[in-house]
Every structure is written in structure tokens, then in C-alpha cells.
Design a protein around this ligand. Structure first.
Ligand SMILES: [Zn+2]
Length: 347
């Protein structure tokens, strides 16, 4: 009897231990990943959640010192090339990214319009360059060129590199900082209406559009194409440059996108995306999580998913309509006798 009790006792202890390991493991796992997951709350609490999360992400991205700078970094612009295109001037310009690093941008400014104009940061993905969104028809549909011809100021820089430029920085942080410098530069131009700056990108460019829209509140409208998904999916069959220490412990993509609320956000996913890439069903699941915060802000109409017939490409019709709707060309007019020059970049 004593032996039976002892056996039962041992079994009980093992059972308790096993339960503790299982439940403890699951609880620990939940605690370990996505500790800042967004859950429904009041509008005020939603704003507080965003204000708490951004600085933590900036720290992980190793760019908090740049963001906290009191003194603006001068641009020191140098025009590398200048070409007149149909209805706009296309320039390649070199500017300061950080106090010790230069970066190159492509810039277009309409020549036949007057007044302050809306502007879009155009972002290419892996294998792309600052020229791809203007020149490449296969994935990008030349969307930056289309926007330039439609009267937007556009800007683009390189984010496809996998080399960290400066010691002590993080790859994603440097990519994001260069895009924020694009916004700085646009906001410094006399021709740009700084209240109407948007961003758009595909694939890694869609990911960087997510980051830029989330972390830079000057961005009024974001188009993130070919990227909306979940981090579990990105752990398989993908370049791992999206991941950096501490990220998964804090958030999933839906949480990063949620930092954009209530500003306008359009995601695009194609029906021909392979199941291993950015399939629509996963995008819908992630979207449902993003919609929570837009509902809490009372602006559910400001987030949308455009599901299109294509694969891993930009969907031009929904991109154009969305940017026109949120950034529009209301304040600019056709200038009948447009002068030959445009404002030179300054600062
Ligand atoms: Zn990569």
C-alpha cells in the first residue's frame, strides 16, 4: 500500500511537472513572442500603445540617436545628373544621410504644374535600385514614373543592399533612416506640400513602406504591396534580412502596420502569389488584426486590402486611386506657360 502510494505520488509529481512544462512552456512562449501585440482598447489607449512601441522599435533598429537629434543634418545636395522627361524633371542627387554618410536619390519634379504638390517615396525590393520603380515594368509597373507623369513629386533611394554601412547600426535601421531622409528632403522642397507625403513599395519595398508609414508620422498615406503576411511565414523560404534581435519578442507585422493608424494604409496581395510567399488568405488574417486599431480610432475606412489578379507585382489601378484619394492634386493647377527650370534642391 505504501509502495502504491509512493508510486501514485511519483506519478502525480511527474504529471504536475509535465503539465508545468507544457503549460509553462506555452505561456513562456506567448510571453516571449509579441509582448506588444495590439488588442482592442480605447482611442486614447491606442495612441499610448503607439507612443510606447515606436521608441522601443527605434532602439532595436539602432537608430534612436538619429531620431532624437535636436540639430537637423544638412543635406549638402549635389546634383549628379538632370534630365527633362515628359512633364517632369528627373534628377539624381547626392545628399547626406547621417553626419558621416552620403546617399543617392532619384527625384522627379513636375514642370507643368504650379503650387505645392503631393509627393511619394517610391521603394523597390530585393535586387532593385533607386531607378527600378521608374524603369522596371515587370514587377513595379513603373509606378514611380506613372506618379511623376500624374503630377506627384517622387523620390527613391536604395534599400536592397545587405551591407551595413556604419559601425554600430542595423541593416533595417539604415534602410529605414535613408527613407526617413527622403521624407526630410521632400519636406524641405518648396514645391512639396509636406502635409501630402505618401510612400509606396513592393516586396522588400512593401516591407519598407510598412516601416516608413509606421515609424514616420509625416507619411499620410502608405501603399504596401506584395508584403502583408505574418512573421511565422517569413521564417520559411525567405531572405532573413527582415529579422533582427528583439523584433519577434515585441511584435508581429500586424502590430507594426498598426502604428500607421489612423493614417491611410493600403495593402496589396495578388491571387497568383505562391502559398510559400505572400498568399491572400494570410494577408486577410493579418489585415483582420490591423483593422482592430483603425476601428478603435473610429476610422475603419482608412485601411484596406486590394486583392488583385496578379502575382508578386504592383497593382497600378488601386495604387493610383488610393494615392489620389488621400494625397490628391487638389491644390495644384496646370501652368500654361511653365518656366523651363524647377526649384533646385536646397538645405
Ligand atoms: Zn534580404
Amino acid at each position: 500500500m505504501r509502495s502504491a502510494c509512493k508510486t501514485i505520488g511519483v506519478v502525480f509529481v511527474y504529471a504536475v511537472c509535465a503539465c508545468w512544462l507544457v503549460t509553462g512552456g506555452v505561456v513562456a512562449g506567448e510571453k516571449k513572442l509579441r509582448s506588444m501585440k495590439y488588442t482592442p482598447r480605447t482611442k486614447q489607449q491606442a495612441v499610448a500603445w503607439q507612443r510606447a512601441l515606436r521608441p522601443r522599435l527605434f532602439r532595436l533598429l539602432r537608430m534612436d540617436d538619429l531620431v532624437a537629434r535636436k540639430t537637423p543634418i544638412p543635406f549638402g545636395p549635389k546634383i549628379v545628373s538632370s534630365k527633362r522627361e515628359k512633364g517632369y524633371l528627373l534628377q539624381e542627387v547626392e545628399i547626406n544621410s547621417t553626419p558621416t554618410r552620403r546617399m543617392k536619390i532619384m527625384l522627379t519634379v513636375p514642370t507643368d504644374l504650379e503650387g505645392r504638390l503631393p509627393a511619394v517615396v517610391c521603394i523597390a525590393g530585393h535586387g532593385g535600385t533607386r531607378r527600378s520603380c521608374y524603369d522596371s515594368d515587370d514587377y513595379y509597373r513603373r509606378f514611380a514614373r506613372v506618379l511623376a507623369e500624374s503630377g506627384y513629386v517622387t523620390i527613391s533611394t536604395d534599400v536592397g543592399q545587405h551591407k551595413i554601412h556604419e559601425k554600430g547600426r542595423a541593416l533595417m535601421g539604415e534602410r529605414l533612416w535613408d527613407l526617413m531622409r527622403c521624407v526630410d528632403f521632400l519636406a524641405s522642397l518648396d514645391r512639396v506640400d509636406s502635409r501630402r507625403i505618401g510612400c509606396a513599395g513592393l516586396s522588400l519595398g512593401g516591407e519598407m513602406a510598412m516601416w516608413l508609414g509606421a515609424m514616420d508620422e509625416r507619411v499620410r498615406a502608405t501603399v504596401s504591396a506584395g508584403f502583408l503576411t505574418k512573421m511565422d511565414q517569413m521564417e520559411q523560404d525567405h531572405c532573413m534580412c527582415w529579422k533582427f534581435p528583439g523584433l519577434r519578442e515585441l511584435v508581429d507585422y500586424a502590430d507594426i502596420y498598426s502604428l500607421t493608424a489612423p493614417r491611410a494604409l493600403l495593402c496589396q496581395n495578388g491571387l497568383k502569389e505562391p502559398a510559400s510567399q505572400f498568399p491572400v488568405p494570410l494577408a486577410r488574417e493579418a489585415l483582420a488584426e490591423i483593422e482592430l486599431i483603425y476601428a478603435d480610432f473610429g476610422q475603419p475606412e482608412n485601411v484596406a486590402l486590394a486583392v488583385h489578379e496578379g502575382g508578386h507585382v504592383v497593382d497600378l489601378p488601386s495604387l493610383s486611386a488610393f494615392l489620389e484619394n488621400h494625397l490628391g492634386n487638389r491644390e495644384s493647377t496646370v501652368r500654361p506657360n511653365a518656366p523651363k527650370g524647377v526649384d533646385a534642391p536646397h538645405r
